[in-house]
Design a protein. Structure first.
Length: 312
């Protein structure tokens, strides 16, 4: 029996999708890849395979889930199975360096960034980097390693007091600090490579260190779990009739790079320039914002998967 297979490592994030698939009466199987094996001498089952592996899996104790997923996707693709968010999409999920270089090929503006391995190399790179700047992890998510520094001396003091958290892949990034006068960032959601909606994220509370990572710094304001601060202003709001020239570039990027589902985040500076700083291929949706707007991402994802399953 042909099914839809969901490849992931986070039950909490995946539960809404599985519920939506049940509503659509789509047969599915949950592949939680925190551990397992790949029978390379056997053929994989028939079906549609949706990869939702996360770059932050190691923060949940699943250090090698991405590597296992790469092996599984290699196996599936070798047998010609329909894979949504393929191996290339996985590579982009796991590396901001790969993301930025791919985005640039489509004329998409990204913040000035330098990659470095080792504390000495990071400090040396910072000496010629404009201030203020931020540090962040190359394999990230959840705002890992994001800190703002106004000088090289401040970074050096941070390192000397052993406060710098190393990236799981060893690659640290120095990046321009982008100030947004509106104190917001925008996350654009895509299904089947096509734009669905944009959500505005208020960064006025708790994100002084880095507005560009507003929707992923820590779990307190995670857009995927619906949590919001005690404030009359909604932290997440879907933008009605959002229209920006960058959307067309995003769609070309996604379709070329083999990314079927994604959330892409950007920030607009005081000069009106739109900087894109993150591509999430395991996209999730904020329930409060969707309820207010009457748009439901996971239901649309389930419908897209159903169409793929019906076309097998």
């Amino acid at each position: 029996m042909k099914k839809v297979y969901i490849i992931h490592e986070n039950d909490e994030w995946t539960k809404p999708l599985l519920e939506a698939l049940e509503e659509e009466e789509v047969p599915f199987e949950d592949w939680h890849l925190d551990a397992g094996s790949v029978p390379l001498d056997e053929a994989p089952p028939e079906g549609v395979f949706y990869n939702r592996m996360s770059a932050s899996s190691h923060t949940r104790g699943h250090r090698f889930a991405p590597e296992l997923t790469h092996a599984v996707l290699t196996w599936l693709e070798a047998h010609g199975r329909r894979v949504l968010n393929d191996r290339n999409a996985l590579q982009l999920e796991l590396s901001k360096v790969a993301q930025y270089e791919a985005l640039k090929r489509f004329g998409i503006l990204t913040p000035k960034t330098t990659a470095a391995v080792g504390k000495k190399a990071l400090l040396t790179a910072a000496e010629s980097f404009p201030t203020p700047f931020i540090t962040k992890h190359n394999r990230a998510g959840k705002g890992l390693g994001v800190h703002k520094f106004d000088s090289v001396e401040a970074l050096q003091a941070w390192i000397e007091t052993d406060q710098l958290e190393p990236s799981v892949d060893g690659v640290m990034l120095l990046q321009d600090y982008i100030y947004a006068p509106t104190q917001t960032i925008t996350r654009c959601e895509f299904i089947a490579g096509k734009f669905m909606y944009a959500v505005q994220v208020d960064t006025s509370e708790g994100f002084e260190l880095c507005p560009a990572e507003a929707c992923v710094i820590g779990d307190q304001f995670c857009p995927t779990d619906g949590s919001e601060p005690a404030s009359p202003k909604a932290k997440f709001q879907i933008i009605e009739n959002y229209n920006n020239p960058v959307i067309e570039k995003y769609e070309k990027f996604l379709q070329t790079e083999g990314i079927y589902f994604a959330g892409i985040e950007n920030i607009t500076d005081a000069e009106g320039r739109v900087f894109t700083y993150d591509v999430n291929t395991n996209t999730n949706y904020n329930p409060q914002a969707e309820q207010k707007a009457g748009i439901f991402g996971m239901k649309e994802v389930a419908r897209a998967l159903k169409r793929e399953w019906e076309n097998l």
